[in-house]
Design a protein around this ligand. Sequence first.
Ligand SMILES: C[S@@+](CC[C@H](N)C(=O)[O-])C[C@H]1O[C@@H](n2cnc3c(N)ncnc32)[C@H](O)[C@@H]1O
Length: 281
Amino acid sequence: MTRVYLVGAGPGDPDLLTVKAARLLASADVILYDRLVSMEILALARPGAELVYVGKEDGCAQETQRRIFAELAMNALRGRTVVRLKGGDPMVFGRGAEEWAYLSRLGVAVEVVPGISSAVAVPALASIPLTARGVARSFAVTTGHAKDGEAQDWRAFREVDTLVILMGVKHRANIAATLMGHGRPPGEPCAFIENGSTPRERVVLATLADVAAGAVEVASPAIWVCGRVVALRAQLLAGAPPTALLELPLPSVTERTLSVAAGPGEPAPCAPALVFPSRKH
Ligand SMILES: C[S@@+](CC[C@H](N)C(=O)[O-])C[C@H]1O[C@@H](n2cnc3c(N)ncnc32)[C@H](O)[C@@H]1O
């Protein structure tokens, strides 16, 4: 049966592709790929596979989406194995659900292959934990680029500890001012991470007030992280233990602790974790 694979390519670094995604790239007849998919990842395609660029440029997103639907339908109905390759995860601001619904209506089977979303991976790679004990217990991911005429309800995010904003570069000053208007502190630390996971990665640090004042130079694609966790970055990078993270009295690691942990016949230092069988495919 004809099948379209909606595949996540991760944030850019080919090493962050899933094994399943790499396997599908190596066998697909046609790969429809987005703007943020790197050349190194496309190089994993089967020799002879057709690579079709369907990235959206500013101002013609709707037209491109119509073309994507047409390419998906044409290739699937011809019985070809189609990989629809999207940056990050296909179901996180990737219009994966719309393409799935469209293909289902045509009777084409769809399989989703999740990818590592830039929303969580890019901050982690930039040494910013989205949650940290004693610092942040919640995070939310949203877009700074709402559909025309659709106002974003920024009030909903005032209580979230860590706010992650995708596609927020263009309207950053307005968004920051609105967030402050809803009660987020002007001195709240922010980080913009451009081109995360690639050799062009760049991290820009600022306060929310700096962003609102238009004082922050940043280019797309970037992830914007807003919250106290951003301040942990410098401490983690400096190797200085962030005090909030080290409240537990941790044992110092000595040769004795290591040999107890590894010694044959010794009781386990703590109860073993539950092990679930992996899902069969
Ligand atoms: C249309 S959304 C797609 C998100 C994607 N599906 C995901 O899960 O990562 C595109 C936005 O994701 C963010 N983004 C994706 N890859 C990125 C990267 N490598 N570095 C920084 N931001 C990235 C940017 O905010 C960009 O404008």
